[in-house]
Design a protein around this ligand. Sequence first.
Ligand SMILES: Cc1cc2nc3c(=O)[nH]c(=O)nc-3n(C[C@H](O)[C@H](O)[C@H](O)COP(=O)(O)OP(=O)(O)OC[C@H]3O[C@@H](n4cnc5c(N)ncnc54)[C@H](O)[C@@H]3O)c2cc1C
Length: 310
Amino acid sequence: MKIVVVGAGFSGLTAARHIAVAGHTVVVLDKGRSSGGRCATRRIGAAVVDHGAQFFTARSDEFTAQVQQWLSDGIAYEWCRGFGAGDGHPRYCGTNGMTTITKHLAQGLDVRCAQMVFNIERNGKSWRVRMDDGTHIDADQVVVTCPVPQTISLLVNTELGIPDAIRTIEYDKTIAALVVVDGVTAVPAPGGVQDGDSTFSFVADNLLKGVSPVRALTLHCNAAFSETHWWNDVTVTHELVMSAARDWIGDATVVEHQPKRWRMATPRTTWPERCWSKDGVVLAGDAFGGPRIEGAVLSGLAAAQRLLDY
Ligand SMILES: Cc1cc2nc3c(=O)[nH]c(=O)nc-3n(C[C@H](O)[C@H](O)[C@H](O)COP(=O)(O)OP(=O)(O)OC[C@H]3O[C@@H](n4cnc5c(N)ncnc54)[C@H](O)[C@@H]3O)c2cc1C
């Protein structure tokens, strides 16, 4: 069978790997310049900055087994067991940044980046995936792992009868700042602060965390702040964020700072099953498996299984 997977985040790459191992031809398409999706690592000079997902936890047996494999492969490490007082549960990260893991998942797969899928339509009993550059790929089955509003817009003419509870899933936004500094910041060991004040849901010191050779902060504004300021002038909002960031920058000197915005950061509701499918189209992603990396991986696994059983 020929399969197209839309989205090269944790969910799409996990699904693609399992489908490829089962002996099928898989093409993964992503509009981004590189794979990873909401798991993203940016280099700013010598700094390495995780600016999407910061870490992951493992709650299920399936994902714990996967994480153990990543640990023994040397592509992940245990960062800490909680922030502040700690709660004893391991927080894991990708070695040299979170995208180390998605790059590892992409190895050996036919992953095509900078490929914006424009729509997906029926083609007899199979599917035609059209790109915005006018090209298309025909596939026997399709796995779609974009954030749900994007998935729905790709499938608008297919009459698949996607349930309203999926169609209406909305996402919280995240406004972020990436700040390279010189000197010691006010972020305490182990380098992460969760809900530390009224602006930020997470502040990370990427040096203390162990991914950056130089000090650089990732500051994620909470959902309320991000919603309030999303439509305001980006420069004005970034100045506001930088002003709130002063408490965490402490006495360090700012070397460089950049704004970053995640329009669809976290699904507010999720579908109760790990994927949804009809007629050879499987919908997956963290809106199905749960709003975190573990959920995205479990959804990708479920999508592959659903497709192979079809
Ligand atoms: C700021 C932030 C912080 C987070 N922190 C954490 C954390 O600390 N721990 C945790 O576990 N989780 C965290 N998360 C959530 C985690 O990142 C996600 O749950 C997970 O990465 C989702 O993976 P996915 O594969 O489902 O979706 P995505 O990673 O979003 O992948 C979907 C892919 O589809 C592609 N795509 C979309 N439309 C098209 C199109 N038309 N054509 C082609 N490609 C398309 C996108 O480019 C994207 O790469 C965070 C998320 C954000 C945004």
